[in-house]
Write a protein that binds this ligand. Structure first.
Ligand SMILES: [Zn+2]
Ligand SMILES: [Zn+2]
Length: 246
């Protein structure tokens, strides 16, 4: 499995950190987790034709994770796509998606089937991978995902608040990608700090912790120091364009 961090920023993007997007490659399959603004172009920069994506997973509704969904669907339609598109998202996502498509009918699937899978019930599992989901308590319905493929386990939080569900989602994972919005001294109830993320990683017994989703107040040396106090294993601070093999 290979992970490409397309965007490691937030709703307050900076020059070096675009809003959220994470590509997971499993063999020939490309799975996209969230699509903040600019994800479509960044996929192209990494050699992935957005209209060729077959598997989309969304963690929650916020714009820094969803802004490129409609452009992506419009491109799929304009390319006269015929293959099914498999979209997994929390139940709260469906009225949101229906609303977007009602306002922007040009993005409605006309030439292909958009198949919906609800994270709480039946996240899409492919021929060579399985996916499960757990609530992340960031906003109503927000979910993180656990992917098992090629004998490895990767867990991805999306945005999250500190909660036991995250520990369960990440239990024993080879690699855990956690959001880390604010440094310890600016903690907020609906996001994680470096210390909180590190405690989750330690409690879950993960092999490697990757932090992402940094607001501008996150300074790398401080984030690293705060996280390293609670998690002794390998720690990586994601950057836009970073590629990791698992
Ligand atoms: Zn976010
Ligand atoms: Zn959010």
């Amino acid at each position: 499995m290979q992970l490409t961090f397309l965007g490691t920023g937030t709703g307050l993007p900076t020059r070096g950190r675009a809003p959220s997007g994470l590509l997971a490659r499993i063999g020939d399959a490309c799975l996209l987790f969230d699509s903040g603004s600019g994800t479509t172009e960044r996929l192209l920069a990494h050699g992935v034709e957005p209209t060729q994506l077959d598997y989309l997973y969304y963690t929650h509704l916020h714009s820094d994770h969803t802004a490129d969904l409609v452009p992506l669907l419009q491109a799929m339609d304009l390319s006269r796509r015929s293959r099914d598109l498999h979209l997994t998202a929390p139940a709260a996502f469906w009225p949101f998606l229906d609303g977007l498509l009602a306002l922007q009918p040009w993005a409605r699937p006309a030439t292909y089937q958009l198949r919906r899978y609800t994270a709480e019930l039946d996240p899409y599992c492919g021929p060579t991978w399985s996916v499960s989901a757990a609530p992340t308590h960031h906003m109503p319905g927000s979910h993180g995902y656990r992917i098992e493929a090629e004998g490895k386990v990767v867990a991805i939080s999306g945005d999250a608040a500190p909660c036991p569900d995250l520990v369960a989602l990440a239990r024993g994972a080879d690699l855990l990608v956690l959001e880390c919005s604010f440094p310890d001294e600016l903690a907020k109830p609906d996001h994680l700090t470096p210390s909180q993320a590190a405690h989750i990683a330690a409690a879950a017994g993960v092999g490697h912790l990757v932090l992402t989703h940094f607001y501008p107040s996150c300074r790398e040396p401080a984030v690293r120091a705060q996280a390293a106090r609670a998690f002794a294993g390998p720690l990586t601070l994601a950057r836009d364009g970073m590629v990791l093999a698992v």
